[in-house]
Design a protein around this ligand. Structure first.
Ligand code: 3AM
Length: 191
């Protein structure tokens, strides 16, 4: 299905699925930005906007927004998501924070979500998923080097449906719906 707005004038909203960090993870992400801020010219993502995009839906007609908010899927288990590596994408002028090895749980989640949307004929961007958290855009820098702060352990327990609202100052994101993932097995539990 195309991502463009439906013909006929039905209102559309710009939506995507994402992982939305808690305040503690946001603090640590902000510390990474603070460390880079003075030596890299860039448009830094604001603390309240940090997220990891899982699937981009684009312009969704209002009638599908309700269907999406009521989405019921066999959600997989939550997982640990370590974000260790800074990556500078020179051509796109972006700075990403990425997991060195994306956890299997993350791949499973994106897969379940994609299959669930396809089964309901809800259109989405089909480009392959690359796990990353965008820290900056319009970045001009050389080698970033390791960041002492970039050892972020994030326990992912939920998945979010996000709305992106564009205004003159850029995009603002808000959580439209959140689904808890299955509880993780307790480490060290004995039969
Ligand atoms: O989380 P990041 O910053 O990587 O780049 C946009 C942002 O991703 C991406 O969706 C997230 C929230 O806007 N995005 C925007 N337009 C897109 C498109 N047409 C897109 N991703 C895929 N296709």
């Amino acid at each position: 299905m195309p991502l463009e707005a439906e013909p006929g004038g039905e209102p559309v909203r710009r939506l995507f699925f994402a992982l939305w960090p808690d305040e503690d993870v946001r603090d640590r992400l902000q510390a990474v930005v603070a460390e880079l801020h003075d030596r890299v010219a860039a448009r830094w993502v604001r603390r309240e906007q940090f997220h990891i995009t899982l699937l981009f839906l684009g312009a969704v007609p209002e009638s599908d927004v309700l269907r999406l908010r009521r989405l019921e899927l066999q959600w997989p288990e939550g997982f640990e998501l370590p974000l260790q590596d800074l990556r500078y994408l020179r051509r796109r002028q972006m700075i990403w924070l990425i997991p060195r090895k994306p956890p299997e749980g993350l791949g499973r989640l994106v897969h379940v979500l994609g299959e669930g949307l396809d089964a309901r004929s809800i259109g989405r961007d089909l480009r392959p998923f690359h796990a990353h958290l965008t820290l900056a855009r319009n970045a001009r820098c050389g080698y970033l080097g390791p960041s002492s702060a970039a050892r972020i352990g994030w326990t992912v327990r939920s998945v979010e449906l996000m709305e992106s609202v564009l205004d003159r100052s850029g995009a603002h994101y808000r959580v439209l719906q959140s689904w808890p993932l299955q509880a993780m097995p307790t480490v060290g539990s004995v039969e």
